[in-house]
Write a protein that binds this ligand. Structure first.
Ligand code: SF4
Length: 456
């Protein structure tokens, strides 16, 4: 019989700003090729070295394909294959018993962004855990820092459309290695460049993006905010601010002026380890070239005082009125647009919780939570899905100690035997992106991506 090939369109699931569009060639039920979708407005036909070989992951002999029950000590990785009925029965029995003995809040959900889609990441889990009255996960890894910091200045977590960068004449790539970590934005920057735009990279590391810049400014790690304050000092000192914009659309300018008066270029130069001339030149470019676009991403939100980085950086476009023009402004993660434009309230059904407030538990503090004997109730059952907290959450040894507890029942949904999965009592096999339907909201552009299931 002649083989039949058809193409299925999808969207990359990774926690990456680009959310690339792809197409999967399927031959007799087998995915034989995966490549970028040339019609995708942002990724335009290219994926990346990691995902170009995604089918090797899908068909890896190391995939978990069946439910597993633990047979050895926790962490040993010793399991036996069981049926779905057996696995579901075991989990239902243990979780019922935890709820009966200790209450629903003794159950802790922990889910991250391993597969970043509305359905797989952030929907039915909310319904399920609301229904059983579990503790409520507080999503606090990384993104909340930037969101809070930028919102303190802008009054909203929203920022410019990154694709508008192509209309800019001055591009500041601040603490972001665009060519590697947001690679599909680079062609838009090159377009701006072909129209005369100047590209400045500000980064403590000499990255491959820095190598491609017109100007590279290298402050010492953790000193970016001093540089921003000195830039504001110069903009105000040299009357390069947009007074009309400040008066109409902002408040607090006088208080800000008092604060930044202390941040002379000399003081910042000493703190940042760069020259006064470089700071003066950067501030003057920013105060005179229009439109100007500041692009930052997630680097700083992984650092102590990260929120202040975003809070301070987002003052700069206010001072020069950069928001006035297309190609001007400030862009960080634009994931918040999905929260505004996608009505996912269907997934949070208040009636399921019967009006009960559920105990909030921070996903960052899973180690502390699992070891806290004073919690009332202590956590007795843990569901981990879409993530690997033993590797990605802070304080791995504390988490490991928690996962080793004999009185903790742990359920993990996974594609592979991860460090966390080795501590599970029951593991359910998880699909890869080409085996499931989803809608993927991007955080590096404003398109929603449809993901069609390509294979079983
Ligand atoms: S660049 Fe990001 S979104 Fe695009 S294929 Fe690679 S991981 Fe996926």
């Amino acid at each position: 019989m002649a083989s039949e090939t058809h193409i299925v369109l999808g969207t990359c699931h990774h926690d990456c700003p680009d959310s690339c569009g792809w197409e999967v060639s399927v031959e007799n039920g087998v995915a034989v090729k995966l490549r970028g979708n040339s019609e995708h407005p942002f990724s335009q036909g290219e994926l990346c070295p990691k995902v170009n070989r995604f089918l090797e992951r899908v068909y890896s002999p190391e995939r978990i394909l069946y439910p597993l029950a633990r047979t050895g000590p926790k962490g040993s990785g010793e399991f036996r294959q069981i049926t779905w009925e057996e696995a579901l029965g075991l989990v239902a029995e243990r979780v019922h018993s935890v709820i009966n003995d200790f209450g629903g809040e003794a159950v802790m959900p922990w889910g991250s962004a391993g597969t970043q889609g509305l359905i797989q990441m952030n929907s039915l889990d909310r319904r399920f855990f609301t229904k059983i009255g579990s503790s409520r996960q507080v999503d606090s890894l990384c993104g909340a820092t930037a969101k809070v910091g930028a919102s303190l200045t802008l009054g909203s977590p929203l920022s410019s459309d990154p694709m508008d960068i192509e209309f800019s004449q001055l591009i500041l790539l601040w603490g972001t290695n665009t060519r590697l970590a947001n690679r599909h934005l680079w062609p838009f920057i090159e377009k701006a460049r072909s129209r005369g735009a100047k590209v400045v990279v500000i980064d403590p590391l000499r990255t491959m993006t820095a190598e491609s810049a017109d100007v590279f400014v290298q402050p010492l790690p953790g000193t970016d905010v001093a540089l921003m304050l000195a830039m504001m000092h110069i903009l105000i000192r040299d009357n390069l601010v947009d007074h009309d914009y400040l008066e109409k659309y902002t408040d607090g300018f006088d208080e800000l002026s008092v604060q930044v008066a202390q941040w002379t270029p000399l003081r910042a130069a000493q703190v940042c380890g760069i020259s006064v001339d470089d700071i003066e030149s950067l501030a003057h470019d920013y105060g005179t070239i229009r439109p100007s676009f500041i692009r930052t991403l997630i680097g700083a939100e992984h650092r102590q005082h990260g929120a202040m980085f975003f809070r301070t950086l987002s003052c700069l476009p206010m001072l020069v009125g950069a928001w006035r023009e297309k190609g001007g402004g400030f862009a960080r993660s634009v994931g918040s647009y999905a929260a505004v434009n996608v009505d996912d309230s269907v997934f949070t059904v208040d009636s399921l919780s019967a009006g009960q407030e559920r105990r909030p538990l921070s996903m960052n503090e899973i180690g502390q939570v699992l070891n806290d004997e004073n919690l009332d109730p202590t956590v007795k059952a843990l569901f981990v899905y879409n993530g690997n907290p033993l590797v990605t959450a802070p304080n791995a040894e504390l988490i490991r100690r928690g996962l080793e507890r004999e009185d903790l029942f742990t359920v993990v949904s996974e594609q592979f035997m991860t460090d966390t999965a080795r501590y599970a009592d029951v593991i359910f096999p998880a699909c890869t992106q080409i085996e499931q339907v989803d809608v993927v909201p991007a955080w590096g552009h404003l398109y929603l991506g449809w993901n069609e299931k390509a294979i079983e």
